[in-house]
Design a protein around this ligand. Structure first.
Ligand code: 0O2
Length: 270
C-alpha cells in the first residue's frame, strides 16, 4: 500500500485517539472539580506504526484489506491508575458510557501472560463523526497500574531489542521483577485509604491556596494598597501555620471582600 493511502487510512484513527484521550482527561477533570479521588491518574494514546501493523498482519496472516477488521489496536489508549482497585472502577466508567461500546475484554491481571505481563485490555467500538459521515473505529484501551506500566514498558523495549531471542537470564530477571510488581501493587493497596486521603488533602489545600491567590491578584486592581498588604501578610501568616481550617476560613472571608469589590475569582485550574 502507498504511503498516501496508509495516511488516509490512519487519519480517522488519529482523530479517534485524540478524542478518546480528551474524553478520559475530562473524566479526571470532573473528579477533581467534585473534589473526589480520580481512579484515572493519566491517559495517553498512540496510533500503531505502519511497520508494526504490517508485522502483526504478517504474524496473524491477515490480508491488507482485512487489517481494519482484524487488528484491533491500531488506535491504542493507555490509562494509568494508582491502585489495582481503580482498574475495575475505570472499566465500570467505560461500561456506563454511551459513546464507547465494549466488544471484548481481556483480563491479563487475573490471568497474566507467560511473559509476566499484567494489564486489563478492553476493545471498544467508537463512532467517529467525520465530514464524510460517521465511521466506526475499533480501539484498544489498556488499563494498568503505574507499577504494571513500569514493568510493561521495560519489557516491551527488551522484546523490541531481542525479538523472540530474549536471553534466558533476562527472561528470569523479568519474571522475578513481575512477581515483585505483584507484591508492590498489593502493598500499595494495603495503604490505599491512607494515600488517597493524603492526596485529597493535598489537592484540596492547593485549591484553597489558588483561590486565595486569585482573589488577592484580582483585588490588586480595585482595592487600596494598604488593605492588600494587610491581606497578604495575613495570608503568609496562615500559610506558615499550614492550618487548612484557618486557610479555608480566610478564603471565605476573602471571597466576601472580593465580592464587595466585584472582583471574585472563578476557579478554573486545579
Ligand atoms: P505494540 O507495540 O504495543 O503495538 P493475540 O495475538 O490476539 O493474542 P494481540 O492482538 O497482540 O493478541 O492482543 P494482546 O495480546 O491483547 O496484546 C495487545 C497489546 O498488549 C500488545 O500490542 C502490547 O502493547 C501489549 N502486550 C501484550 N502482551 C505483552 C507482553 O507480553 N509484554 C508487553 N510489554 N506488552 C504486551 P503489540 O502489537 O504486541 O505491540
Amino acid at each position: 500500500m502507498e504511503t498516501k493511502i496508509w495516511r488516509e487510512m490512519l487519519m480517522p484513527y488519529h482523530a479517534a485517539v485524540d478524542e478518546l484521550c480528551m474524553k478520559f482527561e475530562h473524566v479526571i477533570d470532573e473528579y477533581k472539580s467534585m473534589n473526589e479521588y480520580s481512579p484515572i491518574l493519566s491517559v495517553s494514546g498512540r496510533v500503531k506504526k505502519i511497520s508494526s501493523i504490517l508485522e502483526k498482519a504478517h504474524k496473524k496472516n491477515v490480508k491488507l484489506e482485512d487489517i481494519e477488521d482484524i487488528i484491533q489496536d491500531i488506535a491504542g489508549i493507555r490509562i494509568i491508575c494508582q491502585f489495582v482497585e481503580d482498574i475495575q472502577a475505570v472499566v465500570d466508567i467505560i461500561r456506563n458510557r454511551g459513546d464507547m461500546q465494549i466488544i471484548e475484554e481481556r483480563d491479563y491481571i487475573k490471568n497474566s501472560k507467560p511473559s509476566g505481563y499484567r494489564s486489563y485490555h478492553i476493545i471498544i467500538n467508537y463512532m467517529l463523526q467525520m465530514v464524510t459521515g460517521p465511521k466506526q473505529i475499533k480501539a484498544e484501551i489498556q488499563i494498568r497500574t503505574l507499577a504494571m506500566n513500569f514493568w510493561g514498558t521495560i519489557e516491551h523495549s527488551l522484546q523490541y531489542k531481542y525479538r523472540s531471542q530474549m536471553p534466558e537470564h533476562i527472561t528470569d530477571r523479568l519474571h522475578a521483577a513481575a512477581e515483585a510488581i505483584v507484591m508492590l501493587d498489593k502493598e500499595m493497596s494495603l495503604v490505599r485509604g491512607e494515600i488517597m486521603s493524603a492526596q485529597n488533602y493535598m489537592h484540596h489545600t492547593d485549591r484553597v491556596i489558588n483561590e486565595i491567590l486569585n482573589n488577592i491578584q484580582n483585588l490588586y486592581g480595585v482595592a487600596n494598597k494598604r488593605e492588600i498588604d494587610k491581606i497578604q501578610d495575613e495570608f503568609y501568616r496562615l500559610y506558615e501555620l499550614s492550618d487548612l481550617n484557618m486557610l479555608e476560613r480566610f478564603c471565605d472571608e476573602l471571597d466576601l471582600i472580593a465580592e464587595g469589590y466585584r472582583a471574585q475569582s472563578i476557579q478554573e485550574e486545579y
